[in-house]
Ligand binder design. Structure first.
Ligand code: URP
Ligand code: ZN
Ligand code: ZN
Length: 766
C-alpha cells in the first residue's frame, strides 16, 4: 500500500462523468480534485497510471445494511468488512440504513449506527433512518434529524409484519413531515398484510423450501404497494424513492406516477438484473442464499428493469447488501422458508455487474452508468457535488476502471465476510485498477489509494452529513424580516456608519438563521441616510458596484455559510456612474441571482427645491424589471417602496410566478404607514402570493432619513397578517409561509399564469 505524496496525478485516462467524456489528467491535493487538464506534469507528485482506463467519480451505494440485526441474527458484514469490500469493488461512499426500533427515539437509532461505523469504516458513509412507529414524538424528530443530524431520507417498510412494517397512517405522516423539511421518504413496497396470509397458508400446506419465499410474495403485491405508496406521496405532496424494485409491474407503477408529473424515483439492484426465481431451486439449501425481499422474479423482468435504467424510469443502482452466511444463518430457515434471514451479499460486485450487464452488453452508455451508480444517488441524497462527479473542489473519490480486466466472481476470492456469493461463477469484464479515497488522500498518515490486489488498510472513518438540495418541495418556508434602524445625525464619516450598520445586520442575519429562517430580507436604507443623497452628497460614498462590492461579497459569503437566501437593499453605483436604490438577491449557495432596482412608473414629480423625492435620480426608465428569482427555497419577487405608483408591477411579479414578494421598504411618515398596511395585503390577495414587507415608521424630519424604525410583517394570500413586528425597536421577525395557502388562493381565483404574454407582454420591460 503506497503512502501519500504531496499530491497525486491521475495520468492518461478518459474521465467520465454523468455528462461528459474527456481525455484528461486529474491533479489531487488534500483529498480534493485540484485540477483537470489535458496534460498535467507529474512534477514529483505521485502518479497513478490511467492509460487505457476510464476515470469515474467514486461510485456511491445508496442502499446497504451493515451490522444490522435482522431475522433473528445479525448481518455477516459489519462496517469494517463491508466498507473494505465496497472499496475494492469501486464503491467509495455508502449510505447505510440506521434501524429505528418501535418506542425508541430516532436520535438513539442514529447514535447506535454511528457507534457501529465509528472507527471501523474504510470509506465515507452517511445514514438513512428507518422509521418503525408513527408516534408524535417520532414524527416530531424528523425535522431535527434533517436539520441537526444530516439525515434527510427516511425509509418505511410496507412489509415484514410485526417486525418493521408500519401502517399507511404512519407512512403518510412520515411523508408529510419529511417533505415539509426537504427530506425524502423511501419505501420498501410489498403488501405485508397479504404476505402474512400467503406465508401462513404455504407453511400450513407443508411448503417450507426456499422457493416458497418467492411464491408467497407475487409481483402483484409489490406493484400494489408501490402504487399505494405513490398515491400516498401524491396526497402528502412528497417526493418518494422506491427501493429495490424487482419487477416490471412495480417499475411500471413508478413510470405511471412519473407520467402524472410526480417526483417519484426508483432504485433497482444487481440481483434483480442477473438472478431469477429459478435460483431458489438450487440444491443443498443453496437456494436460501437468494432469499431476499422482494424476491427474485421470472427472468423476463431483467430486461425490462435494464431498459428502465436506460430510459431514466429507474434512477439509482443500490446493492441492498445484507449478507448472511449460509452456514448458521440462512440455515435458521432450513425447515421454514419464512425463518431464512432475508438478504444477500452484493456490496462488492454491484459496480461490476452494472458495468458488465449494462455497459458491456451495449444497453447503457458510460455516462448513464456513472449517473446510475454515482451521480443520481449523490443528487437524490444530498451528497452532490461534493461526491458524484469529478470537478475541481469535489472530493477525490475516484475510480480508475480498467474496462478490459476480467474476473470471475467467487466467495473464495471476494472480500466480504460471508460464505456465499449469489453471483458465484459469473465472469465480468471491467474492474477497478485503483480506487482513490478522498478520506485517505486528505491525511498524510493514511494510505493513498486502495489496490484490489493488495491487502486493504483501514482509513479513518468519516461520516458525511446529507444535505439535500434536490428537494425543495417543502410546503413550509421560514422567512426572516430584519428591521433595524440606524442612528445617525449625518456627522460621522460614511465609512464608519456603513461599517456599524453592516455589523448590526450581520448579527441580525445570524440570529434569523439560528431561528430557522431560510429566506431573509433586510430593511431598506441599509446604510442610512442616502434617500435624499442629492441633499447630502457625501452619502454617495456609500454606493458600490453590485457584483463585486464589499457588501455584496460579504453577504454572499454569509448566505453560503448559513445556507439562506438573502435580499439585501443597498445603494448601487453602476460602472457608468448611475445610482440606483437596489435590492440584491443572493441565493443560499452564495450566488447573486440578480438585482431589483427601485422602479416607479410613472415617475412621481420631483420634490420642491431643497428636498423632496427627487425620484428622477432613482428611477431611470429602461431599468424596469419585474423579474422573479428562483432561490433555493422559493421563487421570489422584490418591489421596493410604494407600489401604488405602478400597481401592475405587483401583478406582473405574480404572473411571473413569485410565491413571495419582498418589499424592503415603503416610505415613511403620516398616512403612508397606514396606507401601506392596506396596500400590501391587497396585492397579496389579488396576486396570490405572500408579501414580506418592512415598512418604515416614524418621522424623518428634517430629511436626515436615518432615524426611523422598520415594522415588518408577513401577509398571506388571504390577506391575513401572519406575523407583525414592533413599531419602535430593532427586531428580527420570523414567520412561516405555506405553499398550500398560495395554491388554495390561486385555485380560487383561477389565477392564470399563462395569460402573461398577451396581457402584459407589451408592458413589461426586462
Ligand atoms: O431482503 C432484503 N432486501 N433484505 C434487506 C432488508 C430490506 O428489505 O431492504
Ligand atoms: Zn427492503
Ligand atoms: Zn434493504
Amino acid at each position: 500500500m503506497e503512502r501519500t505524496a504531496i499530491g497525486t496525478v491521475i495520468k492518461g485516462g478518459t474521465v467520465v462523468t454523468a455528462t461528459d467524456n474527456a481525455r484528461a489528467d486529474i491533479f489531487i491535493e488534500d483529498g480534493l480534485v485540484a485540477g483537470i487538464a489535458r496534460d498535467i506534469k507529474a512534477d514529483g507528485h505521485a502518479t497513478l497510471d490511467a492509460q487505457g482506463a476510464y476515470v469515474f467519480p467514486g461510485l456511491i451505494d445508496p442502499h446497504t445494511h451493515l451490522d444490522m440485526p435482522f431475522g433473528g441474527t445479525v448481518t455477516a458484514d459489519d462496517f469494517a468488512s463491508g466498507t473494505a469490500a465496497a472499496a475494492l469493488g469501486g464503491t467509495t461512499t455508502i449510505v447505510d440504513f440506521a434501524l429505528h426500533q418501535k418506542g425508541d427515539s430516532l436520535a438513539n437509532a442514529l447514535k447506535r449506527w454511528h457507534a457501529k461505523a465509528d472507527g471501523k469504516a474504510s470509506i465515507d458513509y452517511a445514514f438513512h433512518l428507518t422509521i418503525a412507529d408513527g408516534r408524535p414524538e417520532t414524527i416530531e424528530e424528523i425535522p431535527q434529524m434533517i436539520e441537526r443530524e444530516g439525515v434527510n431520507s427516511f425509509k418505511v417498510f410496507m412489509a415484514y409484519k410485526h417486525v418493521l412494517q408500519v401502517d399507511d397512517e404512519t407512512i403518510f405522516k412520515v411523508m408529510r413531515a419529511a417533505a415539509r423539511f426537504g427530506g425524502l421518504v423511501q419505501v420498501h413496497a410489498e403488501n405485508g398484510d397479504v404476505i402474512e396470509v400467503t406465508v401462513a397458508e404455504a407453511l400450513a400446506n407443508g411448503r417450507t423450501e426456499p422457493k416458497y419465499h418467492a411464491a408467497t410474495r407475487p409481483v402483484e403485491l409489490e406493484s400494489e404497494a408501490t402504487s399505494r405508496a405513490i398515491r400516498l406521496a401524491e396526497v402528502a405532496r412528497a417526493p418518494l424513492y422506491v427501493v429495490h424494485v424487482s419487477s416490471a409491474m412495480a417499475a411500471d407503477a413508478i413510470s405511471d406516477g412519473r407520467k402524472r408529473g410526480l417526483p417519484i424515483y426508483g432504485e433497482t439492484c444487481p440481483q434483480y438484473l442477473v438472478c431469477d426465481e429459478t435460483d431458489y431451486e438450487r440444491p443443498d439449501f443453496a437456494g436460501a442464499n437468494y432469499v431476499m425481499s422482494p424476491p427474485l422474479r421470472a427472468k423476463w423482468n431483467q430486461n425490462v428493469l435494464l431498459g428502465k435504467l436506460k430510459n431514466s424510469e429507474l434512477h439509482a443502482f443500490g446493492s441492498d447488501h445484507c449478507s448472511f452466511n449460509n452456514c448458521g444463518q440462512k440455515e435458521l430457515g432450513r425447515n421454514d422458508f419464512s425463518k431464512i434471514p432475508n438478504g444477500a451479499p452484493t456490496i462488492e460486485d454491484r459496480v461490476s455487474i452494472l458495468f458488465h450487464y449494462g455497459v458491456n452488453a451495449g444497453v447503457l452508455g458510460l455516462n448513464q452508468f456513472v449517473a446510475l451508480a454515482s451521480t443520481n444517488p449523490a443528487k437524490l441524497f444530498g451528497l452532490f457535488p461534493r461526491k458524484g462527479t469529478i470537478a475541481v473542489g469535489s472530493d477525490a473519490d475516484i475510480v480508475i476502471w480498467d474496462p478490459l480486466a476480467s474476473r470471475t466472481i467467487s466467495s473464495a476470492t471476494h472480500h466480504m465476510n460471508v460464505d456465499n456469493n449469489i453471483f458465484e461463477g459469473m465472469t465480468v469484464r471491467g474492474r477497478p485498477r485503483y480506487v482513490c479515497l478522498a478520506v485517505a488522500l486528505s491525511s498524510p498518515a493514511t494510505p493513498t489509494w486502495a489496490r484490489p490486489d493488495a491487502a486493504y488498510i483501514k482509513n479513518p472513518p468519516r461520516s458525511i452529513p446529507l444535505r439535500c438540495k434536490e428537494f425543495t418541495v417543502s410546503d413550509i418556508i421560514t422567512i426572516g424580516l430584519v428591521q433595524a434602524h440606524h442612528d445617525t445625525d449625518g456627522s460621522e464619516p460614511v465609512e464608519t456608519h456603513k461599517r456599524v450598520a453592516t455589523e448590526k445586520h450581520v448579527r441580525m442575519i445570524r440570529d434569523a438563521a439560528k431561528r430557522g429562517a431560510q429566506i431573509v430580507c433586510l430593511q431598506e436604507l441599509f446604510y442610512g441616510p442616502y434617500f435624499c443623497t442629492e441633499q447630502n452628497p457625501k452619502w454617495y460614498e456609500a454606493t458600490e458596484h453590485v457584483p463585486d462590492g464589499s457588501t455584496t461579497r460579504l453577504m454572499c459569503d454569509l448566505a453560503r455559510e448559513l445556507d439562506i437566501a438573502l435580499i439585501v437593499p443597498l445603494y448601487e453605483r453602476t460602472i457608468a456612474g448611475v445610482y440606483y436604490n437596489t435590492a440584491v438577491v443572493i441565493d443560499a449557495d452564495g450566488s447573486v441571482l440578480g438585482t431589483y432596482r427601485k422602479h416607479h412608473l410613472p415617475q412621481v414629480a420631483a420634490g420642491p427645491a431643497g428636498c423632496g423625492f427627487w425620484e428622477k435620480y432613482y428611477f431611470k426608465p429602461g431599468n424596469a424589471g419585474y423579474e422573479t428569482f428562483a432561490t433555493k427555497y422559493a421563487r421570489i419577487g422584490v418591489y421596493i417602496c410604494y407600489d401604488r405608483h405602478f400597481p401592475e408591477g405587483a401583478r406582473v411579479l405574480g404572473l411571473h410566478g413569485a410565491e413571495i414578494v419582498f418589499n424592503p421598504s415603503a416610505t415613511v411618515a403620516g398616512l403612508s404607514e397606514y396606507l401601506w398596511k392596506l396596500e400590501q395585503p391587497a396585492h397579496a390577495v389579488a396576486n396570490g402570493y405572500y408579501v414580506g414587507a418592512i415598512n418604515r415608521v416614524g418621522f424623518e424630519t428634517p430629511w436626515n432619513m436615518g432615524e426611523f424604525y422598520g415594522q415588518s410583517y408577513l401577509v398571506d394570500p388571504r390577506g391575513q397578517f401572519v406575523a407583525i413586528g414592533s413599531r419602535d425597536r430593532d427586531e428580527v421577525v420570523i414567520a412561516q409561509m405555506d405553499r398550500r395557502v398560495i395554491e388554495e388562493v390561486r385555485n380560487t381565483w383561477q389565477f392564470y399564469r399563462d395569460r402573461r404574454p398577451e396581457t402584459y407582454g407589451t408592458m413589461v420591460e426586462i
